[in-house]
Design a binder for this molecule. Structure first.
Ligand code: HEM
Length: 141
C-alpha cells in the first residue's frame, strides 16, 4: 500500500519520464548489461552492444510497462499479470535480475532528474519498482 505522499511522488516522477521512455529505458538497459553482464544471457537474440537500436526499443517497452502501472498503483497485479506470466513461464528470468534492473532505472532517474529525485522520491520509487519486481516474480512461487 502506498501513502498519498508516495503516490504523488511516483506520479510526478513518472510524468517527467513519459517523454523519454525510449532514451531512458535504453540507458537503463545499457547500464544493466554493462554493470551486470550476466543479465545478457537472456538477450542472446538481441544486439546488446552499447548504443544498439534494439536496446532502445526494448527499453521503451520496459519503461512503458512500468508507466502503465504508475497511474494505478492499487491495481498493479492486474495490470502486470500477462507480463508476469511471460517472465516466469516463457522467459524464465531468475527473479534476482529484477532487482538489478530496478537499481539501474533508479540510477538513470537520479541522473536525469537531479532536483526532483530527492531522497523521499527515491524511497517512493524504490518501493514502486520493488512492487513491480515482486509482481513479475510472483508466478515462480
Ligand atoms: C520482454 C517488461 C525485467 C528479460 C519484456 C517486455 C516487457 C518487459 C514490456 C516485452 C513484452 C512483449 O513484447 O510482449 C519488463 C519490466 C521489467 C522487466 C517492466 C522490470 C522492471 C526483465 C529482466 C529481464 C527481462 C530483469 C532479464 C534480465 C526480458 C526478455 C524479454 C522481455 C528476455 C523478451 C525480449 C524479446 O525477445 O523481445 N519485458 N521486464 N525482463 N524481458 Fe522483461
Amino acid at each position: 500500500m502506498y501513502s498519498a505522499t508516495e503516490k504523488a511522488l511516483i506520479t510526478s516522477i513518472w510524468e517527467k519520464v513519459t517523454p523519454h521512455t525510449e532514451q531512458w529505458g535504453g540507458e537503463a538497459l545499457e547500464r544493466l548489461f554493462a554493470v551486470f553482464p550476466q543479465t545478457k544471457i537472456y538477450f542472446k537474440h538481441i544486439d546488446t552492444s552499447p548504443g544498439s537500436a534494439a536496446i532502445r526499443t526494448h527499453g521503451d517497452k520496459v519503461m512503458k510497462a512500468i508507466g502503465s502501472t504508475a497511474g494505478d498503483l492499487d491495481n498493479m497485479s492486474t495490470t502486470l499479470s500477462s507480463l508476469s506470466n511471460l517472465h516466469a513461464y516463457n522467459l524464465m528470468v531468475d527473479p534476482v535480475n529484477f532487482k538489478l534492473l530496478s537499481h539501474c532505472i533508479l540510477v538513470v532517474l537520479a541522473n536525469h532528474l537531479p532536483s526532483e529525485f530527492t531522497p523521499e522520491a527515491h524511497l517512493a520509487f524504490d518501493k514502486f519498482l520493488a512492487s513491480v519486481a515482486a509482481i513479475l516474480s510472483q508466478k515462480y512461487r
